[in-house]
Design a protein around this ligand. Structure first.
Ligand code: ATP
Length: 217
């Protein structure tokens, strides 16, 4: 692991984005700033291995994401996982991106605290840090585990010094303190079912797309 040129480092932010919302966008923009990356690659997953298949097609989730980030210069969409026809294992996406970057450039994989709590069920989860750093964002209602093998693993790899992490290509877990909006895709889907407005939860272009295609009704 070596030193690097800061603006070459890469941040990934994966999710179902069913649909994308201001919580995702706000967090991704703050991460770009905090990690000093040129952009954050937002990667919708095709077939989430841990979740029910989304009710809306992968193409529609990607289309909404692209509409949402159209005016967001720091955010880019990446359809890597949608181009595959196998389950989206994060380790495979990260390995592939690491291969493209070479072994010197810092790679940050950003997930919410809710995802960290189930990371030990992910395919080859203990190898994730061989390829990237994990940046954990707080999420209202979710706390760090305090006991068990996951707590131990977190403690072994945790590093609070973000400036130090930025000098390394991979291998650290960082808990960041970026404030989050209490919004979820579930809340959006539920609001639509109850005929409530979602204007304050996701950009207007996404609201229009949802209504034009009668999604989540
Ligand atoms: P759902 O309600 O369907 O579970 P979600 O709102 O959690 O969806 P996902 O697409 O599953 O959205 O989340 C992708 C990533 O974004 C996860 O790592 C999750 O922790 C994070 N995330 C989701 N909502 C927020 C939010 N409001 N603020 C910050 N991060 C979020």
């Amino acid at each position: 692991m070596g030193k690097f040129v800061s603006n070459m480092s890469v941040a990934l932010f994966g999710g179902t984005f069913n649909p994308v919302h201001f919580g995702h966008l706000n967090l991704a923009n703050n991460l770009a700033d905090y990690l000093q990356v040129e952009s954050v690659r937002m990667i919708p997953c095709a077939i989430p291995p841990h979740r029910e298949a989304p009710s809306v097609s992968a193409e529609q989730r990607l289309a909404m994401l692209q509409l949402a980030i159209d005016d967001q210069p720091l955010l880019v969409s990446d359809d890597f996982e949608l181009r595959k026809n196998t389950p989206s294992y994060s380790i495979e996406t990260i390995q592939q991106i690491r291969q493209q970057l070479g072994d010197q450039i810092p790679l940050f994989f950003c997930i919410g605290m809710d995802s960290l709590l189930t990371i030990d069920s992910w395919h080859q989860w203990q190898q994730l840090l061989d390829y990237c750093h994990l940046v954990i964002c707080p999420r209202p209602g979710y706390e760090l585990p305090t006991k068990g093998h996951l707590a131990k693993w977190i403690e072994q790899h945790k590093c609070d010094d973000i400036d130090k992490i930025k000098t390394l290509a991979q291998g650290r877990l960082h808990l960041c303190k970026i404030p989050l909006k209490d919004i979820s895709s579930t809340a959006i889907r539920d609001s639509i079912k109850c005929a409530q407005s979602i204007d304050h939860l996701t950009p207007k272009s996404v609201v229009n797309f949802i209504s034009q295609h009668s999604l989540y009704e």
